[in-house]
Design a protein around this ligand. Structure first.
Ligand code: IPE
Ligand code: IPE
Ligand code: MG
Ligand code: MG
Ligand code: MG
Length: 295
């Protein structure tokens, strides 16, 4: 859990908004909505919408006003988790402390729930209200979102991840893999906050550096936790990467060096913050949390 009352409060707001989103729909006898809701409301750190809220707050935009638009990334992320766990991908049976989506709803419904979560993400980004936002800026954000999560981003990263199973990869390729499969969406969430707060170009450049660095850091720590934490703490199967021969930072460089690399990335992200024309401390808090999190 993030050791910040403010961030905990915003995380709760995200959860409330997600519950409200689904309670507004007719769920009776609708297996698709039930499957979507199941993994979306199972919990999760809600880091992606939180990043957008934090950036907005740093530039004087009320974080609550960014919901539900900021939820788009949580819908997209949840779809990626549901598909990541499928038998044909990582074949995992536990996610967010519960049996995975396909275990409960069957493989076809899990694939379809993921598809619909993805579409819903684009719908939110295209239609959710955010007063004063120009159509041009919104369009720009939608374009960046597609790049971050599709064939140039997350999906390409997932293809690399599966293709590299059981193989030796070099450091540059591993960084590219991580940046695509995980970093791109996190970077987008940071930049979305920048777009919503209409920040200047130098601020956007610093935000992008921050987003790139915490994006990579996030997956390095995910790899470390897979080796060093427990299934109970993680709410997903620990030790899975080694079992499947995944290309990870601890596998490539050893755990000690992977920890040192994570420390370096944290420092780099903190340097990016000092280039911002704002003095807000929550960007630092969340960067430190991404490094030190235990699940
Ligand atoms: C897990 O993401 C998948 C990766 C991108 C490494 P999170 O660790 O953010 O998962 P939740 O949202 O908290 O469940
Ligand atoms: C998943 O990476 C990244 C995406 C879902 C895009 P992992 O396969 O490492 O995620 P976990 O460890 O299963 O959460
Ligand atoms: Mg995976
Ligand atoms: Mg996985
Ligand atoms: Mg992992």
């Amino acid at each position: 859990m993030i050791e910040s009352d403010v961030l905990q409060n915003w995380t709760d707001r995200v959860d409330t908004e997600l519950v409200r989103y689904f309670s507004a729909k007719d769920l009776s006898c609708n297996p698709l909505d039930r499957a979507m809701e199941y993994t979306l409301l199972a919990g999760g750190k809600r880091l992606r919408p939180l990043l957008t809220m934090i950036v907005c707050d740093a530039f004087g935009v009320a974080p609550e006003s960014t919901l539900p638009l900021a939820l788009a990334s949580e819908f997209l992320h949840t779809y990626s988790l549901v598909h990541d766990d499928l038998p044909s991908m990582d074949n995992d049976d536990m996610r967010r402390g519960k049996p995975t989506n396909h275990v409960i709803f069957g493989e076809a419904n899990a694939i379809l729930a993921g598809d619909a979560l993805q579409a819903e993400a684009f719908q939110l980004l295209a239609t959710a209200e955010f007063p004063g936002w120009s159509a041009q800026r919104r369009l720009l954000a939608i374009g960046e979102f597609s790049t971050a999560v599709g064939r140039r981003g997350m999906v390409a990263g997932q293809v690399m991840d599966l293709g590299e199973e059981g193989k030796d990869v070099d450091l540059e390729r591993l960084k590219l893999l991580h940046a695509r499969k995980t970093g791109g969406l996190l970077r987008f969430c940071v930049r979305l906050g920048g777009h919503m707060a209409d920040v200047s170009e130098p601020n956007m450049a610093a935000l992008t550096r921050y987003g790139d660095t915490i994006g990579l850091l996030f997956q390095v720590v995910d790899d470390l936790l897979d080796e060093e934490s427990s299934t109970e703490k993680l709410g997903k199967t620990a030790g899975k990467d080694a079992a499947r021969g995944k290309a990870t930072f601890p596998k490539l460089m050893g755990a000690d060096q992977a920890h040192a690399y994570a420390d370096d990335l944290l420092q780099e992200s903190l340097r990016a913050i000092t280039d911002l024309q704002t003095t807000d401390g929550l960007l630092e808090t969340v960067a430190r949390y991404i490094r030190s999190r235990d699940h």
